[in-house]
Design a protein around this ligand. Sequence first.
Ligand code: PGA
Length: 255
Amino acid sequence: MRTPLIAGNWKMNKTHLEAMRLVQEIGHELADHDPRKVEVAVCPPFTSLRTIQTLIDADRYELVLGAQNMYAATEGAYTGEVAPGMLKALNCTYVIVGHSERRELLGETDDEVAAKAALAFDTGLIPIVCCGETSSERAAGDTRSKVEGQMRAALGGLPGERSRSVVIAYEPIWAIGTGETATPEDAQDTISYIRSVLESLFGGAVAGDIRILYGGSVKSGNAASLLKGPDVDGALVGGASTDAAEFVGIVKAAL
Ligand code: PGA
């Protein structure tokens, strides 16, 4: 049984003071939430991780913490970067790797994504590995080959057992922050294809345990239909995750 995951990617939004208010609102709304039914993660900017960790612990919110990125080294002379061990020490459960904004705006390569995913595991973090096609790749019918290439590059080097806990996020790039979404059928179709790629990498038992999320303009109003596909195990939510009512609405749609 795969427990659905709704993860909020706050991107470069919210000062730590604003983040405090947002997580309090979300935590309060989800006070009676059962995390065995749907796991809920928040991924604020680095500057808010400590603040939010403290609030989650003190007020016992049914939330887990994730980071939006990490550097693929344990420590050293990497000015401005953050090591996975630093995230682990802040009680992070997840770390997003290979988000399309990092790939497109910051030139992150498949090799870097693979190195980050492997080191995240070594550090005891669960990577949320992102993949997705651009609109021109989609128009050219290249969606499957794009996501397959990204998955094989990011995960191919991992031993199968270890990969059981990885989380994949399928995020069509043309749907991110645009208000456009894949149809529920397209989301299910691509995600089930990703699962077949995972099967070829790790075998059916492991692939059957891996959670694959949809991301791209998920909102409270469209979440139920986007999440209904049998292979769609939750959502990676950007814009709507910085509005407590919207985000909680998405969590409720996943129940
Ligand atoms: P969006 O972003 O929900 O604002 O489209 C999703 C993401 O980038 O993870």
